[in-house]
Design a protein around this ligand. Structure first.
Ligand code: HEM
Length: 458
């Protein structure tokens, strides 16, 4: 033990990195922060104290610089391989594109999937029409609320579920906004599986016993729905099911179901939370001026496509920058032989990562007043170019978010339909706390409720 401690303190390459002294010897304190839902903020504070490269434990380092982000996530196209952390995201016992660890297997799967998420496919009437239909359904709920507080958290998550399932299974998408599949949205979004997932990740050899203490999260409605819908033989040509079923026998039925389940889960909380956190911010009195400017842009450009509205684009970008739905570390292994990152030698198999929360706030030369919600910052093309390089809400490189065009189309479509008709403000009876509550990799509003008032314009 003494030898090991001396080695870690003096000779190990990570001893040259800045970080708290105890991180040389143990990651117990990091684990305590993880289990108490404070990992993201803990790492953020460490970066504020120690700078852009911080040792988190004897085998783990976090970075915030552009150089590190490019090296870890974009070098060679897809960056470094994922760690076993992603095993937590297997579906039906199967590795999906997201939970595949190595580059080779990942790019094989991605070859069959990516085209269905390309912007040209998302803009096809079959896909866009589905999003528009769901946005119209959301507006009907706003109309019904008649100026009283409506829980936007619920209906925005329903919107996200309906849009994702439409893209996966068209014409068998859910209709949770109307109430038919509301239980499925609740089953997928209102759960508390942080402890179970973290315990499984940290002590995988004890899985058998952990299963007894932390019961698996049941999702019978979603499982049945996905298993049945992914087997239908008449799904739309632009849906993911169609593409996977016709991918030259590359996917077995259970793999198709697993992939679809993964994308449905990936699409609900991310897009739902992003919209909820953004609409809440817009509904605070301090953002009324932003809201007014958005309303003006929409009202004088009624005939324009949502992609031709620069202020709408800036509002969404700034929302995702300030409140990234995946604000936490995206862990990767340094390749065999080690690499130099940010001027430090990092041995092979060290866990390295960046977290969007810190990347977006601590690069103050690029994100000036980074802790403030200022959509205008995206209107200057030169500044936007710099900021885009550090924009990490969708990850980066070949393993970044496949669904980003779908998510952006959903967000633009919904915000346009809302702010062309309504001004929103926080309902007086709103008691829910909107602070970010960390889950395993994503964060969500702490109390999972957000009451807003939709006041008709004119
Ligand atoms: C605002 C909404 C969204 C955000 C912020 C978001 C963010 C992300 C991020 C950060 C990653 C990379 C995570 C990592 O490497 O650890 C990711 C991956 C992924 N996302 Fe999203 N996502 C969003 C919406 C969606 C939607 C709507 C879908 C599909 C319906 C989707 C499907 C995926 C998939 C399949 C991956 C895995 C990509 C791969 O491994 O190649 N996402 N997303």
């Amino acid at each position: 033990w003494l030898e090991l401690c001396i080695h870690r303190a003096i000779f190990a390459p990570l001893s040259k990195l800045p970080g708290p002294w105890y991180s040389l010897f143990t990651d117990l304190y990091l684990m305590y922060k993880e289990f108490s839902g404070q990992r993201r903020e803990y790492i953020h504070e460490l970066h504020k104290t120690y700078g852009p490269a911080v040792r988190l434990g004897p085998n783990e380092v976090s970075f915030t610089s552009l150089e590190a982000l490019k090296e870890i996530y974009q070098s060679g196209g897809s960056g470094y391989d994922k760690t076993e952390f992603y095993t937590l995201f297997k579906q039906f016992g199967t590795r999906t594109m997201f939970s595949t660890l190595d580059k080779g297997n990942h790019s094989q799967k991605k070859r069959h999937i990516a085209s269905q998420y390309a912007n040209t496919n998302i803009m096809h009437p079959e896909v866009l029409g589905g999003i528009q239909d769901r946005a119209n359904a959301f507006i009907r709920i706003c109309e019904k609320s008649k100026g009283t507080g409506m829980d936007a958290y619920i209906y925005l998550h329903c919107f996200a579920l309906d849009c994702a399932s439409h893209h996966l299974f068209h014409p068998y998408g859910t209709k949770s906004i109307e109430g038919a599949d509301l239980n499925m949205m609740e089953e997928l979004s209102y759960h508390d599986s942080l402890m179970r997932n973290l315990a499984q990740y940290r002590w995988p050899t004890m899985s058998f016993w952990l299963e007894k203490v932390f019961k698996p999260r049941p999702a019978p409605l979603a499982n049945d729905y996905v298993l049945a819908s992914s087997r239908t033989s008449d799904s739309g040509e632009h849906s993911l099911t169609y593409k996977l079923q016709n991918s030259k026998d590359a996917f077995q039925p259970i793999q198709i179901a697993a992939e679809c389940m993964d994308h449905m889960a990936a699409g609900i909380d991310t897009t739902g939370d992003a919209l909820c956190l953004l609409m809440y911010q817009l509904s605070l009195s301090e953002s009324f001026q932003v809201q007014d400017q958005l309303i003006t842009e929409l009202s004088i450009n009624k005939d324009k496509a949502f992609d031709d509205l620069p202020y709408l684009d800036a509002v969404i970008k700034e929302g995702l920058r300030c409140f990234p739905p995946i604000p936490m570390s995206q862990p990767r292994y340094a390749p065999t032989g080690g690499r130099t990152i940010d001027g430090y030698f990092i041995p092979g198999h060290t866990i390295v990562s960046c977290q969007a929360w810190s990347v977006h706030q601590l690069n103050e030369d690029v994100f000036i007043k980074g802790d403030q919600f200022l959509p205008e910052r995206w209107l200057d093309p030169k500044a936007a170019l710099e900021m885009n390089r550090l924009f990490f809400s969708f990850g980066a490189g070949g393993r970044g978010c496949t669904g980003r065009h779908l998510a952006i189309a959903e967000m633009k479509c919904l915000l346009r339909e809302v702010y062309i008709r309504y001004k929103t403000r926080v309902a007086p009876e709103m008691r829910g706390r909107m602070n970010l509550s960390d889950q395993v990799i994503s964060s969500r509003p702490l109390d999972q409720t957000c009451k807003l008032i939709f006041e008709p314009l004119n």
